[in-house]
Ligand binder design. Structure first.
Ligand code: XMP
Length: 512
């Protein structure tokens, strides 16, 4: 496996993505924890990430000194290149000539990093983002590629298997970057690239059995990708020792609760407690209009109901959760202080302590698309695996203002028509998330000869890779027209449709 030392780059996770796409397992460790793990991790090679600091200042991060004498191949990227060069006796200067964005490198020498990808004399597109640059190489290094702003765009000491690049091979804007990373982890570090979802599944099943023994496990099931995959994986590992608890808050989409029950109980024969708590949730939410209060109300009720149901299982020792890798990577923060809470997301926090349960988190090492791949490996239907994300508080945050059962029913129908049209048009997979929002506004319309006074429904669809930034999806006008006509004709209570064309930032994906 590969160890990635994080110096605080915005795109360190992309390095991990590229390594894993090459079929090689890797983990990200913050630079200041490197000392602790270096000897025990068992790395076949180390990658040093980029970062916002400058090696020209004292007190900026460095790799542990003994990394350079362990005989391991090392690839330094951007800041990682600069610290490698500085630590091995070369020098780095801050220059006026900064390079940001697209740049071109000229390949000057062949080396294992470029094998089968770049040839001497090629001019290749890369993505740069740096102020400082290397200006003198340590002994043993040679230049293998140059660019206008970075005469040492790529350097190597092939004898020691040290490679360092000023550009970012991990980003999509370096078209052959993934192939370079693959050369490093396979060709140079000698790893086979046999880390596949099939092997991951077998390993995890073994680990789950070892961890759990013959104890009972409970698992919260929402019908989302992560909890579905956890449930099926655990069921494969421990069968009837698993009980899933599905807290139905009545804020799901049309037919969703039934789909969850029929897939997991009837198809997979998983022990499933389906608790219809819609009266309780809608009752507590009556009159609540503040989005944060909605979230907190739902979050608290969810835990209460979940706990009550979970207790019925009797003697459970473990709680299975769909925690993913991005939730557990310790991030390097130079700015300090916790980031501002824009929206509080709820989970079953606090529950394991209260119920004295140990956690089983089989997806802790995976990124979202790896979870999807594992779901496919486990035979979960595509309608579950390829689902758009759906927020924990459900439709509650898609009904600005007061929530009533009537409004939920109207929104469910409108949303179902919208999603059906998206699927019919073959657009579902091109969109990251799409949904309807029921606005707390009534407007006047005319249908037949009569005046109507009904709700406005807003449609949202965004493209994104991680939900952190997003842009609205540019539907053809005739598609929007078709959806509008169908919703107004088929859903009583709605007489006007608008399309949300806000990007994130400054908007958020949800309306609340
Ligand atoms: P925003 O609206 O913040 O959403 O741009 C980003 C992503 O997070 C989802 N989201 C939530 N998920 N509980 C959740 O589990 C929440 O309270 C919540 N709020 C937003 C949203 O659907 C999008 O995918």
């Amino acid at each position: 496996k590969i160890l990635i030392l994080d110096f605080g780059s915005q795109v360190t996770q992309l390095i991990a993505r590229r390594v894993r796409e090459a079929g090689v397992y890797c983990e990200i460790v913050p630079f200041n924890k490197a000392d602790e793990v270096l000897d025990t991790f068992g790395a076949a090679g180390v990658i040093l990430s980029g970062g916002p600091a400058s090696v020209t200042h004292s007190d900026t991060p460095r790799a542990p000194e003994r990394l350079w004498t362990m005989g391991l191949p090392v690839l330094g990227i951007c800041y990682g290149q600069q610290t490698m060069v500085a630590q091995l006796g070369g020098s780095v200067t801050a220059s006026d000539h900064q390079e940001f964005g697209r740049a071109f490198v000229d390949v000057k020498a062949g080396c294992a990093l470029f094998d089968g990808v770049w040839k001497v004399g090629d001019r290749e597109q890369v993505w740069m983002s740096h102020g400082d640059h290397v200006d003198r190489l340590p002994e043993g290094f040679e230049v293998i590629a140059t660019s206008e702003g970075a005469p040492f765009a790529a350097v190597a000491d092939e004898a020691r298997r040290f490679y360092a690049v000023q550009f970012h091979p991990e980003v999509a804007h370096t078209p052959h970057g993934a192939a370079l990373i693959q050369n490093f982890v396979k060709g140079i570090c000698g790893l086979k690239g046999d880390w596949t979802m099939a092997s991951f599944r077998d390993t995890k099943i073994r680990e789950i059995r070892e961890q759990v023994g013959d104890a009972k496990v409970i698992c919260g099931l929402s019908g989302g990708v992560d909890s579905s995959v956890v449930a099926v994986l655990l069921h494969e590992a421990i069968g009837d020792q698993l009980t899933c608890v599905f807290v139905d808050h009545g804020l799901m989409r049309l037919g969703e609760a039934d789909q969850v029950v029929s897939l997991f109980r009837e198809h997979y024969h998983i022990n499933l407690i389906h608790k219809d708590a819609s009266d309780l949730f809608l009752g507590e939410l009556a009159g609540v209009t503040d989005p944060e209060v909605k979230r907190k109300t739902i979050g608290k009720l969810f835990i209460d109901v979940f706990e009550e149901e979970a207790k019925k299982v009797g003697g459970a020792k473990f709680l299975a959760q769909g925690t993913l890798y991005p939730d557990v990577i310790e991030s390097v923060s130079f700015i300090g202080g916790p980031s501002v809470t824009i929206k509080s997301h709820h989970n079953v926090g606090g529950l394991p302590e209260r119920m004295d349960l140990k956690l089983v988190e089989p997806l802790r090492e995976l990124f979202k698309d790896e979870v999807r791949a594992l779901g496919r490996e486990l035979g979960l239907p595509e309608t579950f695996v390829g689902r758009h994300p759906f927020p924990g508080p459900g439709l509650a945050i898609r009904i600005p203002g007061e929530i009533t059962r009537e409004k939920c029913d109207i929104l469910r129908k409108a949303d179902a028509v919208y999603l059906e049209e998206i699927r019919n048009a073959g657009l579902y997979d091109a969109i990251w998330q799409a949904f309807a929002v029921l606005l707390p506004v009534k407007t006047v319309g005319v249908m037949g000869d009569a005046r109507t006074y009904d709700y406005v429904c807003a449609l949202r669809a965004v493209t994104s890779t991680d939900g952190m930034t997003a842009d609205y999806y540019p539907y053809p006008h005739d598609f929007l027209g078709r959806v509008a006509t169908r919703i107004i004709n088929e859903v009583r209570g709605v007489n006007r449709i608008v399309y949300d064309i806000t990007s994130k930032p400054p908007g958020t994906i949800e309306w609340e």
